[in-house]
Design a protein around this ligand. Structure first.
Ligand SMILES: NC(=O)c1ccc[n+]([C@@H]2O[C@H](COP(=O)([O-])OP(=O)(O)OC[C@H]3O[C@@H](n4cnc5c(N)ncnc54)[C@H](OP(=O)(O)O)[C@@H]3O)[C@@H](O)[C@H]2O)c1
Length: 319
C-alpha cells in the first residue's frame, strides 16, 4: 500500500510517499481503508520532535513509527475473528496514535473508533476527533453549565472551533475571541458574542468570566487573571514558556482563589461516541480550512505549521 513515511525527525520535507507492507489485523482489530485523514499540530510536533521530550515517547534517535496521522475516516476492509462491533464495509471514523497517513491502517475494536455519523462525508468525519477531544479534556473540570460564562481565546483553530460548540452544548454563555477574518465563522458556531482581538483587548473591557480557555496557547494567566471572577478557572492547551503552565497548575491548586488547568488529551471511544451523537443531533460540525490529496502532505504540513489554519486541514486518500 502507499503511505507517507519519515525516517528522521526534521522539517516537513522529511515526509515522502512510499510503497510499504499492508498491515494485517489481529484477532481484536479491524483493517480500515482510509478515505480521509488530517494533518494536525500533534503530527507536526511528533515529526519535528518538538519539544525534545517528545523523543522519549516516539524514539530517542529516530522515529519508532514511520507513518504519522492520527485522525481518520474510512471503510472497514477486514475484521479479526474476535471483532463483534464492526463488519466489512462499515463506514467508520476515529483517532489512532499513528498510521493514518496511509491507504490502510489497523485499529483495535476497543480503540477510539465508531461508525461514521450519518450524513457526514469522510473528509468532515476525519476532522472531528482531535480538536474536540482536547477541547473536551480542557472543559471537563470547569463545571460548564447554564449560568456559567466562558471566554474562548483562539476560537478559530481546531481546538477553538470545537471548544465554542461544546461549551454551548454544555449550556454556558460563550464569548469567543478571534481575528477579523474569522468573526462570521465563529459566530455561526453559536458563540453568544465574538470579540475581534485586532480591535478590542478583552482583558481591558471590564468583563469577567467564570472560565477563560486559551485554545491556542497564545495568552497567559498573568494577563487574564483580572478578567476571571473570584474562583475562576484559566484553562491552557500548551506547556507555555519554560513549561510554566504545569507549575502554575500545581501552585494554584493550593494558593489563591483562581485556578490554572492544563488540558491533556486522552482519546477515548466514549468521547468519539459522544461526538457522533452530537453530530447526528445537529449540534456539532468539524470546520475544514483546506483539503489536500495525500500526495501533497508536505504542502499541507507547511500550511499547518504557520499556525493560522481555520479549524482543520484534511488529506484525502485514494487508491
Ligand atoms: N495538550 C495537548 O495534548 C495538545 C495536543 C495538540 C495540540 N495542543 C495545543 O493546542 C493548541 C491549539 O491547537 P490547534 O490545532 O487548535 O491550533 P491551530 O488550529 O493551529 O490554531 C490556529 C488558529 O489560531 C489562531 N491564532 C494564531 N495566532 C494567534 C494569536 N496570537 N492570538 C489569537 N489567535 C491566534 C488563528 O486564528 P486567527 O486568524 O483568528 O488569529 C488560527 O485560526 C496549540 O497551542 C497546540 O500546541 C495541545
Amino acid at each position: 500500500m502507499r503511505a507517507v513515511v519519515y525516517d528522521t525527525y526534521g522539517p516537513p520535507d522529511v515526509l515522502r510517499l512510499e510503497e510499504v507492507e499492508k498491515p494485517v489485523p489481529g484477532d481484536d482489530e479491524v483493517l480500515i481503508k482510509v478515505h480521509a485523514t488530517t494533518v494536525n499540530r500533534t503530527d507536526c510536533g511528533v515529526r519535528s520532535a518538538s519539544p525534545f521530550i517528545v523523543r522519549f515517547f516516539t524514539g530517542l534517535r529516530r522515529p519508532k513509527q514511520r507513518i504519522l496521522g492520527m485522525e481518520l475516516a474510512g471503510e472497514v476492509e477486514a475484521v479479526g475473528t474476535a471483532v463483534a462491533e464492526f463488519e466489512v464495509g462499515d463506514e467508520v471514523f476515529g483517532v489512532n496514535g499513528h498510521g493514518a497517513h496511509a491507504e490502510l491502517v489497523c485499529m483495535r475494536e476497543s480503540d477510539p473508533l465508531a461508525h461514521k455519523p450519518a450524513g457526514m462525508t469522510f473528509e468532515q468525519a476525519a476532522a472531528v476527533c482531535d480538536g474536540a477531544s482536547l477541547a473536551l479534556a480542557c472543559l471537563r473540570d470547569t463545571d460548564l453549565r447554564q449560568g456559567r460564562s466562558i471566554l474562548i481565546y483562539g476560537a478559530s483553530g481546531s481546538v477553538g472551533t470545537a471548544g465554542v460548540q461544546l461549551a454551548k452544548h454544555f449550556g454556558a454563555d460563550v464569548t469567543a475571541v478571534c481575528n477579523t477574518k474569522n468573526l462570521e465563522l465563529v459566530d455561526s458556531l453559536g458563540a453568544d458574542r465574538v470579540i475581534d482581538y485586532t480591535r478590542e483587548d478583552f482583558t481591558k473591557n471590564g468583563e469577567r468570566y467564570d472560565v477563560i480557555f486559551d485554545a491556542v496557547g497564545k495568552h497567559s494567566f498573568r494577563r487574564c487573571r483580572r478578567s476571571l471572577k473570584p474562583g475562576g478557572i484559566y484553562v491552557e492547551t500548551d506547556l507555555g514558556f519554560m513549561w510554566h503552565v504545569p507549575v502554575l497548575a500545581l501552585v494554584t491548586r493550593r494558593l489563591g482563589d483562581k485556578r490554572v488547568i492544563l488540558g491533556i488529551t486522552n482519546y477515548t471511544k466514549k468521547d468519539v461516541l459522544f461526538l457522533k451523537d452530537l453530530i447526528e443531533a445537529g449540534r456539532y460540525r468539524a470546520v475544514i480550512d483546506r483539503t489536500y490529496p495525500l500526495e501533497e502532505v508536505v504542502e499541507a504540513t507547511r500550511y499547518v505549521e504557520i499556525e493560522q489554519k481555520t479549524g482543520n486541514v484534511v488529506l484525502t486518500v485514494s487508491r
